[in-house]
Ligand binder design. Structure first.
Ligand SMILES: NC(=O)C1=CN([C@@H]2O[C@H](COP(=O)(O)OP(=O)(O)OC[C@H]3O[C@@H](n4cnc5c(N)ncnc54)[C@H](OP(=O)(O)O)[C@@H]3O)[C@@H](O)[C@H]2O)C=CC1
Ligand SMILES: C[C@H]1O[C@H](OP(=O)(O)OP(=O)(O)OC[C@H]2O[C@@H](n3cnc4c(=O)[nH]c(N)nc43)[C@H](O)[C@@H]2O)[C@@H](O)[C@@H](O)C1=O
Length: 363
């Protein structure tokens, strides 16, 4: 089965059905240039099984396993029965250090890699620390992707972000809107690093026929999010602010910007499910959007958060803070065509995340 889009580099392939064919190295003439052909000399593991899910003893390195995304991926893999996860904190392995990353891959030889380690933050952090956002992310992803390739990793999943798209991209944003216009200034440094990560995966796929894919998640939330008052994303920031206001009996809560920007939110457990799906089902050159398909204004999000947390005061809008991009709803129809859909509604996800927050976050 094959899916095609209209971009030059966008032959989407349901690789699994192809790779089950007996002669796996035979590609059709029409797909030879963009297709992924395994490199037998780099095959790892004694049983040589292609499917990610068919060997739960395969060694999987989840980079960034204590973060929002990495921890959800680890939960998902453990739930699926994976028994050989390789995990390192930043203190144990600083992924910005090339020689340390090379030594780690050379010693551990993981069979699969999911890159969920990055310098991440909300609109204020991105705007305030542009050098960190471009430099750290370029370093982490370059070191991990290159070392993974050089040490025989079979498949790697790189995670970007919906901020890679132009500020005024068509809505919902298709994958081929990439590099068609200027970026949102508040996060262009981070976006440039993420775009470089996508291009690096594509280039290794083209030159080395290596199975390095990219997923572009929309705005995420859930357990183990960053609840920092200034540097976090809007959803955890508001959860904490409303909670503290409720506990302290405050009459109002300040929310940044005008409240008019639209954002699409996806629960991180859905994202983790999508990551496993991509590892199992997808080996195309093009990055794939991973979204919920549902958007809300920041004002609607704040009202919903107020209700979930049980704060009874007023909202005050601080319009001196930036709104950022006006709208970034992603078109995730390609992923849907492949067979993946999110399950968790925003309301249910907020209720669950607030429950987790009450049980786990110490104020
Ligand atoms: N959060 C969101 O809304 C979205 C996130 N994404 C993407 O998902 C991925 C994960 O993001 P998220 O989970 O939110 O981020 P978090 O900040 O929650 O987690 C980042 C993880 O990266 C690790 N890390 C950071 N720097 C280093 C380093 N130098 N060496 C080793 N490890 C490091 C951290 O390790 P430690 O805990 O040890 O410090 C942490 O575990 C990123 O690629 C991000 O771009 C995409 C779209 C939206
Ligand atoms: C995932 C994505 O996240 C970032 O982009 P963003 O979507 O603009 O991120 P945000 O969650 O920080 O803000 C969303 C909206 O919400 C408003 N807002 C209100 N009140 C608060 C507030 O208290 N905190 C924050 N952070 N925002 C607030 C805020 O003004 C903005 O209008 C990228 O930099 C980049 O990291 C990236 O890829």
């Amino acid at each position: 089965m094959m899916f095609k889009s209209d971009s030059d580099h966008s032959t989407l392939r349901l690789w699994r059905s192809q790779r089950r064919k007996k002669d796996r190295l035979t590609a059709t003439a029409s797909t030879t240039n963009l297709s992924l052909r395994p490199r037998p000399r780099l095959k790892m593991g004694s049983n040589n099984i292609d499917s990610f899910l068919s060997d739960k003893s395969a060694k999987v390195f989840v980079a960034g396993h204590r973060g929002l995304v990495g921890s959800a991926i680890v939960r998902k893999l453990l739930q699926l029965g994976f028994t050989n996860l390789v995990l390192r904190t930043r203190a144990e392995l600083d992924l910005t250090r090339q020689s340390d990353v090379e030594a780690f891959f050379s010693a551990e030889k993981p069979r699969f890699v999911i890159v969920a380690a990055a310098k991440v933050g909300g609109i204020h952090a991105n705007n305030t620390y542009p050098a960190d956002f471009i430099a750290i992310n370029l370093q982490i992803q370059t070191n991990v992707i290159d070392s993974a390739y050089r040490n025989g990793v079979e498949k790697l999943l790189f995670l970007g972000s919906s901020c890679i798209y132009p500020k005024f991209a068509p809505q919902p944003i298709p994958e081929n809107a990439l590099l068609t216009g200027p970026l949102e200034p508040t996060n262009e440094w981070y976006a440039i690093a993420k775009i470089a990560g996508i291009k690096m995966c594509q280039s290794y796929m083209i030159q080395y026929k290596w199975d390095a894919i990219s997923g572009m998640p929309t705005n995420l939330y859930g357990p183990y999010d960053n609840f920092h008052p200034e540097n976090s994303h809007v959803l955890p920031a508001l959860m904490r602010r409303f909670h503290e206001a409720k506990v302290n009996g405050a009459k109002e809560v300040v929310v940044w910007g005008t409240g008019s920007p639209l954002r699409e939110f996806l629960h991180v457990d859905d994202l983790a499910d999508a990551c496993v799906f991509l590892m199992e089902e997808y080996s195309g050159l093009e990055h794939l959007n991973v979204g919920s398909g549902k958007e809300v204004t920041i004002k609607e999000l704040a009202e919903l958060m107020k209700e979930v947390v049980g704060f009874e005061g007023n909202l005050v809008w601080d319009t001196s803070k930036p709104d950022g991009t006006p709208r970034k709803l992603m078109d995730s129809s390609k992923l849907a065509e492949l067979g993946w859909k999110p399950k968790i509604s925003l309301k249910n996800g907020l209720v669950d995340t607030y429950k987790w927050y009450l049980e786990n976050v110490k104020l």
